[in-house]
Design a protein around this ligand. Structure first.
Ligand code: CP3
Length: 353
C-alpha cells in the first residue's frame, strides 16, 4: 500500500507530532455546497445519492476539491443500519429522517437481527472502496456509524424527537427489552465498522448524538457501555497502519473522563465545553476533536479567524488536537467561510507545534 501524502489527521489522533493542527468539518459534504445540491438533484433524493457508490464518491470528494481539508469522510448516514434491519428509512423535507416500521412491539424487538454488512450495506462498502481509489492516498478516509443508543432513539421514536418519551418509557418500564435492542445494534455496528475498515476506512468515528439527553447513570448503562464494547471489538490495524477510533457524545461534557477511558483514541467535543478544560481533564488518555460552534461560520471572516484562534489557544501547545466544529455544519453556511476556517487553522496552529 502506498503511504498517505497527508497523514496529519491520523497522527494527531494518535497524539504524534504534526507540523500544524489538522482540520475537517462534520457534514463537510452537504447542503451548504451548491455542487452537492446539484449531485443530489441528479440522484433524485438523499437516500438515492447515499445508495449510489459512484455518486456518493463524487460528493465525498467535493469539499476536498474546494478546501485543503486533512481528511475525507465517507458520504453516508448513521441510519443505514436501521434501514438494513428492515425498518424502512425515508426522509420528509423539513422534518428529517423517519421510519415506516419503528420498533414498538415486543415481537418486533425479539425478531431484530444484526444485518450482514457485506450483503445489506454493500453500497456503503463499495462507496468506501471507490472513494479510496479516487482519493489516491492524498488524505485519509473516515468511516462512521451511529452509537447504539442514538440509533435506538430513531428506531423506537420513529424519527427525530423532542423529549424521547417512547425510548425513555421503554428504559424505565422494560429495560431488558431496550438492552436487547442495544445489544443487537452493538453487534451490527461492530460488524459494520469492521467491514468499513476492511473496505478501506482509515479511521472510524461513532456519533452518539443523543447520549447527552440521558442522566449520568443511564448514559453509562445505555450508551457508554455499548460504545465501549464496540471499540473493544474493532479491527486495530489494517495494511500495517493503526486505525484510530473517535467517540463523540454530543452534550457529553460532564462525562469526558469516563468517555476517554473506554479505549478510543480520540474524544469528540461539542462547542459547549472549553477545549483547554477538556484537555486538562483527559490528559494523555486520548486526543481531542472539536470544537468550534458551527454558528461561528455565519460570522465575518475576521471573527471566524479569531474564534478558531481562540480554540487553538485553549488547546495549547503540542499534538493531540484535530480541529473540527462542535457539530455538523449548517446548510446556510457560506461555502467560502469554510475556506477561511481551514486556512486559519492551518496558519494559526503552526505556532503550537
Ligand atoms: O460528515 C459528513 O460529511 C458525512 C456524512 C454524514 C451525514 N449524516 C450526511 C447527511 C454524517 C456523518 C451523518 C451523521 C448523522 N446523520 C447523524 C449524526 C451526526 C449528527 O448530526 O449529530 C445523525 C443524527 C443523522 C441523521 C440525519 N440524517 C439527520 C438528522 C439528517 C438531516 C435531515 C434534514 O432534513 O435536515 C440526515 C440527512 C443527511 N445526512 C443529510 C446529509 C448531508 C442532509 C440530507 C439532504 O441532502 O437532504
Amino acid at each position: 500500500m502506498a503511504k498517505l501524502e497527508n497523514d496529519t489527521f491520523i497522527r494527531a489522533l494518535l497524539r504524534q507530532p504534526t507540523p500544524y493542527t489538522p482540520v475537517w468539518v462534520m457534514r463537510q459534504a452537504g447542503r451548504y455546497l451548491p455542487e452537492y445540491n446539484a449531485t443530489r438533484a441528479r440522484a433524485g433524493s438523499f437516500l438515492a445519492l447515499a445508495k449510489n457508490p459512484d455518486l456518493a464518491t463524487e460528493v465525498t470528494l467535493q469539499p476536498l476539491a474546494r478546501f485543503p481539508l486533512d481528511a475525507a469522510i465517507i458520504f453516508s448516514d448513521i441510519l443505514t443500519i436501521p434501514d438494513a434491519m428492515g425498518l424502512g428509512l425515508y426522509f420528509v423535507e423539513g422534518e428529517g429522517p423517519k421510519f415506516e416500521r419503528p420498533l414498538r412491539d415486543e415481537w418486533e424487538i425479539r425478531n431484530l437481527t444484526a444485518p450482514d454488512p457485506t450483503e445489506h450495506l454493500r453500497y456503503v462498502l463499495d462507496a468506501i472502496a471507490h472513494s479510496r481509489r479516487a482519493l489516491d492516498n492524498r488524505v485519509p478516509l473516515i468511516g462512521f456509524s451511529g452509537s447504539p443508543y442514538t440509533l435506538a432513539c430513531y428506531m423506537v421514536e420513529g424519527g427525530a424527537s423532542a423529549d424521547f418519551r417512547l425510548i425513555k418509557t421503554m428504559m424505565y418500564s422494560r429495560p431488558e427489552l431496550l438492552h436487547h435492542v442495544l445489544d443487537t445494534i452493538a453487534d451490527a455496528v461492530t460488524a459494520y465498522l469492521n467491514a468499513q475498515i476492511e473496505a478501506g476506512a482509515q479511521a472510524v468515528m461513532i456519533f452518539d448524538t443523543w447520549g447527552g439527553s440521558l442522566s449520568t447513570r443511564a448514559y453509562r448503562e445505555y450508551s457508554l457501555a455499548y460504545m465501549q464494547r464496540i471499540v473493544a471489538g474493532l479491527t486495530r490495524t489494517r495494511d500495517g497502519e493503526t486505525v484510530p477510533r473517535i467517540v463523540f457524545t454530543k452534550g457529553g461534557g460532564a462525562w469526558l473522563e469516563e468517555i476517554a477511558a473506554i479505549g478510543a483514541d480520540a474524544v469528540g467535543l461539542d462547542w459547549s465545553i472549553d477545549i483547554g478544560n477538556a484537555r486538562s481533564r483527559i490528559g494523555d488518555k486520548a486526543a481531542l476533536q472539536g470544537n468550534l460552534d458551527p454558528a461561528v461560520l455565519h460570522g465575518s471572516p475576521e471573527r471566524i479567524c479569531s474564534e478558531a484562534g481562540a480554540v487553538l489557544a485553549a488547546f495549547g501547545s503540542g499534538s493531540g488536537h484535530v480541529f473540527n466544529l462542535g457539530h455538523g455544519i449548517s446548510q446556510h453556511t457560506p461555502p467560502e467561510h469554510v475556506g477561511v476556517l481551514v486556512d486559519a487553522v492551518h496558519d494559526l496552529s503552526r505556532a503550537y507545534h
